[in-house]
Design a protein around this ligand. Structure first.
Ligand SMILES: [Zn+2]
Length: 91
């Protein structure tokens, strides 16, 4: 838990993504990280979002400051750290 104990981030919700096999090319949008900076998430939402999605395999942050439900469930995030394919799961 990255924000445990940090007062101004107390409402941050961390959600672990589900690992899926490599999708067939062109069937679903895959987001990959463009920069080499490991501290940058794959995608950043607006500042009012309080959800962050983490890799279901290694725990790296994939999406930061996004509102729950803002991301389409079709979108797949490829982890910049372990290259696993992550699917957003809604509960
Ligand atoms: Zn990972």
């Amino acid at each position: 838990m990255y924000y445990k104990g940090i007062a101004d981030k107390k409402d941050m919700v961390e959600i672990k993504c589900r690992i899926i096999p490599k999708p067939t090319s062109g069937t679903r949008p895959v987001y990959r990280k463009k920069s080499d900076n490991m501290n940058e998430p794959v995608l950043k939402g607006n500042s009012t979002g309080n959800v962050q999605y983490i890799c279901g395999n290694c725990g790296s942050v994939l999406v930061h400051n996004i509102a729950q439900g803002e991301i389409s469930v079709d979108i797949i995030f490829q982890c910049p750290n372990c290259n696993a394919y992550n699917e957003v799961e809604y509960h």
